[in-house]
Design a protein around this ligand. Structure first.
Ligand SMILES: Cc1cc2nc3c(=O)[nH]c(=O)nc-3n(C[C@H](O)[C@H](O)[C@H](O)COP(=O)(O)OP(=O)(O)OC[C@H]3O[C@@H](n4cnc5c(N)ncnc54)[C@H](O)[C@@H]3O)c2cc1C
Ligand code: FES
Length: 513
């Protein structure tokens, strides 16, 4: 994936800069030739790395330095200042790294360092470690896991099984720029076609896993064939809920999870004039925004009184509603669809809305059937410990299906966030190689509505206080969700630094215990 490169800014760092112009813990954007470069100081050490995040080109100089890493302001990826490695998703590719030299009170950026394709934080695979790792799932968690396994120089077999017909894609984009027609097709795959063969990853698409024999350490495919594993990662994700309504199987009614689903909606939108989106969830409303961008009239039907109130609270809910209304979306809240036919959607309240495109975004259900059949512990998700291992030794789970002990909310939680799934895939990869890495990342997600991004860090299912700093309507705010005076989560609009600082504060609190 890619996005337009920002302009080169700041001083020419090869010419040198007085060391005392950059205080300890500070960063500065400059350039070396045509490259945008970030110069950072930690104590008496100076680091120079590419200034542009490899996820969506976020400006790292506006991010947060934590120890010898920098976090991206947009979606909280994290890069090592020493090596440029993308140590935390959603970025997966490193940024370049330059050598620095301090002489006579000046710091100079010198030549580019050799690239670091492997991880600086390596788990040494124990003797007798795994020879074949099988990953079920070609989504966020599965892809991040296989990428990390090779980054760790795991030389054994990697088999990745996915019942999708497309290789791993940037799923969040399917309801945003790609659906809106603002992103080219080549943004969508997480890696080009050559990646899997170059990395020796046996990616098998359109391959359904029918069962797991945990005792024999075998995966059973739908065609009856079997694959032996030493370690197994279950990353089967979630599937859209299909409402039991008359008309749900009509050809103009869609759900959205895969690239194929998205292409079908785009094809239909080319001739459709009026769309009904069922559900005012994040995905439903992102779809509404994207269909507006394609010029369709859009109606949103949802049972709640305010969109997103359960997750973001009433004030943000009202804002989201008015934002969509400003863009022409027509809401039918406190209402549901009871039937769909070829021309219209029938509402519980008695009315009808004519529609030639219907998208149901009414939530997802984790795909737990394999885990259940294999006898794994299930509690509204696959139960895993802090190392993301299930009750069956050698079987790990990550992503939308995993319920893990979250040290921050001090509860076992399951979330449906892209970045969490990727980071869990990365942690599971390290642990499948014999590491003992606790999964303790603070949950993070983002959502995009027109030009308004909403970032959310932490996890608050309920709160007893909601504190607003700034002005939501002015698109400049931080909303803190607290219980017993403690901040559990923070939502923000155009307050990226506050969002990063909130994440770091929640991390510090867990360390203090
Ligand atoms: C349109 C859309 C937009 C989103 N936008 C955002 C966003 O902006 N921010 C955010 O934080 N989150 C977003 N999400 C949620 C995010 O995409 C998910 O949380 C994330 O993809 C979960 O990753 P996963 O690896 O657990 O599952 P998935 O990415 O769903 O991958 C699951 C994989 O398992 C495969 N699979 C399942 N069962 C089997 C089987 N039996 N045999 C073989 N293969 C199987 C599937 O084919 C798929 O390849 C969005 C989701 C959607 C659908
Ligand atoms: S642009 Fe940096 S994390 Fe997304």
């Amino acid at each position: 994936m890619s996005a337009p490169q920002p302009d080169r800014t700041g001083p020419d760092l090869t010419l040198g800069l007085a060391t005392d112009t950059l205080a300890d813990g500070k960063m500065l954007a400059g350039h070396v030739g045509e490259d945008a470069v970030l110069l950072a100081r930690r104590g008496n050490e100076f680091f120079a790395i590419g200034a542009t995040c490899t996820h969506y080109n976020g400006p790292l100089s506006e991010g947060l330095m934590v120890d010898d890493t920098v976090r991206c302001p947009w979606h909280h990826a994290c890069f090592s200042l020493r090596t440029g490695e993308a140590v935390r998703a959603p970025a997966l590719s490193p940024v370049a790294c330059w050598k620095t030299e301090v002489r006579d009170g000046m710091v100079f950026v010198r030549e580019k360092a050799a690239s670091t394709p492997t991880s600086s934080h390596r788990v040494v695979s124990a003797p007798g470690g795994p020879r074949r790792i099988v990953v079920i799932g070609g989504g966020a968690a599965g892809f991040a896991a296989v990428e990390m396994l090779r980054r760790q120089r795991f030389e054994g077999d990697i088999v990745m099984l996915s019942d999708d017909d497309a290789p791993p894609v940037d799923r969040p984009n399917l309801s945003k720029d790609y659906l809106a027609g603002n992103a080219p097709e080549d943004w969508v795959p997480l890696r080009g076609d050559g990646f899997y063969s170059e990395q020796g990853i046996d990616l098998r698409l359109k391959t359904t896993v029918a069962g797991i024999d945990a005792a024999a350490r075998e995966v059973v495919l739908a065609d009856g064939s079997k694959i032996v594993y030493d370690r197994l990662l279950l990353a089967t994700g979630a599937e859209p809920v299909r409402l039991p309504l008359p008309g749900m199987d009509l050809p103009h009614v869609y759900t959205l999870r895969t690239l194929g689903d998205c292409r079908n909606i785009i094809a239909r939108a080319a001739t459709a004039r009026r769309a009904v989106v069922m559900g005012a969830s994040f995905i439903g409303l992102e779809v509404a925004a994207s269909l507006r961008a394609r010029g369709l009239e859009v109606h949103v039907v949802a049972p709640e009184k305010r969109p997103m109130e359960r997750v973001l609270g009433p004030q943000m809910g009202d804002f989201v509603r008015s934002l969509h209304e400003e863009h022409g979306v027509i809401f039918h809240l406190d209402d549901t669809a009871t039937a769909i036919d070829a021309r219209e959607v029938v509402l519980k309240s008695g009315g009808t809305i004519s529609a030639d495109l219907v998208v149901a975004g009414v939530g997802v259900r984790p795909r737990l059937a394999l885990a259940e059949k294999a006898g794994l512990a299930i509690d509204r998700g696959v139960t895993v410990n802090e190392y993301l291992e299930t009750v069956a030794p050698g079987i790990f789970a990550a992503g939308d299906i995993a319920r893990w002990p979250d040290p921050h909310s001090e509860a076992a939680i399951r979330v449906e966030h892209w970045v969490v799934a990727q980071r869990q895939g990365q942690t599971a990869a390290l642990n499948m190689l014999g590491g003992r890495e606790k999964f303790d990342a603070v949950p993070f997600f983002w959502s995009q509505h027109y030009d308004v991004p909403i970032n959310y860090v932490g996890h608050a299912e309920t709160w007893d206080e909601l504190a607003i700093d700034g002005e939501i309507a002015a698109r400049d705010c931080v909303v803190r969700y607290k219980r017993n005076g403690r901040v559990l989560a923070v939502a923000s609009i155009y307050r990226d630094a506050d969002s990063l600082m909130a994440e770091a504060a929640i991390e510090r609190e867990a360390v203090r215990g």
